[in-house]
Design a protein around this ligand. Structure first.
Ligand SMILES: [Zn+2]
Length: 305
């Protein structure tokens, strides 16, 4: 099973030749998720080999243009390419109206259904749940209602110690219970302990996404222990007044949240176009949290590796 993030856009509101506005593709246990969809996201998907029709869920963090202006174009392309399977879009209240009216004004009638899940300001809830993954939302602290997301693997069946199962000739009905992590007393009165016949469970991985937001420690409780954290770092400390005023974070802020959340790795992004490179961001963040990297368009990060 693969769990990876591909950065499609690592810049902020003003695009630069090397950085598109925010978008990320997450592949988690065969589920394909797009997080945010800045202008040009569909071109980036093509460029970096992400199949447009493979998307099942789109998560939008907030209604600033650099996070959703690419959405109607992407949806339109899905239609032109013959999509007939449904699409789920999660985002702030108001998003459905924007997308439906753009499609209507553009005379685009879709051959597939879009199911919107619209979030209230400050909402904490589960927005997607199936056999293999779950996605939760939590509030960030930005100028407009903004939603963070946490994508988590779900526990799967335990793997058997095959030789042991053969040696003991365990009945099939018992095997099912052991794989589900349950001890079993069978009809003959034999007691089977699942830990004796199964391998230790795989560590469950998770990816937390926080963009855009000012420094806010209330985020920590929602992302504690995540394997990888993406946290915006629009500015560096010398511009921290500007960060405060615009409800954005510095690299130091992002690293502090990573440290206090006890995550394994921090990815920063959403760099302001005022900086010619991310070196200062990296220096600042690594002073606080060593395992910090800065996103680049086209970069792929495997979660847990
Ligand atoms: Zn914003």
């Amino acid at each position: 099973m693969i769990f990876s993030v591909t950065i499609l856009g690592s810049g902020s509101a003003v695009p630069t030749p090397s950085r598109f506005p925010t978008a990320q593709f997450v592949s988690c246990n065969n589920r394909n998720i797009l997080i945010d969809c800045g202008e040009g996201t569909q071109f980036q998907m093509r460029k970096y080999g992400v199949k447009i029709q493979s998307l099942q869920v789109i998560l939008i963090s907030h209604l600033h243009g650099d996070h959703f202006f690419g959405l109607v174009g992407l949806i339109s392309t899905m239609h032109l390419l013959g999509r007939n399977s449904g699409l789920r879009i999660v985002g702030p209240k108001g998003l459905e109206e924007i997308i439906r009216s753009q499609l209507e004004i553009g005379h685009r009638k879709l051959d597939f259904e879009i199911e919107f899940k619209l979030l209230e300001k400050g909402e904490i809830s589960s927005v997607y749940d199936d056999k293999l993954i779950e996605i939760h939302t939590f509030p960030l602290n930005h100028k407009v209602p903004t939603h963070g997301y946490l994508i988590k693997e779900k526990p799967t069946e335990l793997n058997l110690k095959k030789q042991k199962v053969l040696d003991f000739q365990i009945p099939l009905a018992v095997i099912h219970q052991l794989k589900a992590g349950k001890d079993v007393l069978d009809e003959q009165g034999r007691y089977w302990k699942f830990k004796e016949f199964t391998l230790p469970p795989k560590k469950l991985l998770s990816y937390a996404y926080c963009s855009d937001t000012k420094f806010d420690e209330r985020i920590i409780e929602h992302i504690t222990g995540s394997t990888v954290l993406y946290h915006e770092a629009t500015f560096i400390e010398k511009d921290k007044l500007r960060a405060k005023k615009t409800f954005h974070s510095t690299a130091n802020d992002a690293a502090t949240i990573a440290l206090k959340s006890n995550v394994q790795k921090l990815i920063m992004g959403h760099i302001s176009a005022r900086y010619s490179n991310e070196l200062e961001h990296l220096k600042e963040a690594r002073n606080v949290f060593e395992n910090s990297i800065f996103a680049k368009d086209g970069m792929m990060i495997e979660i847990g590796k």
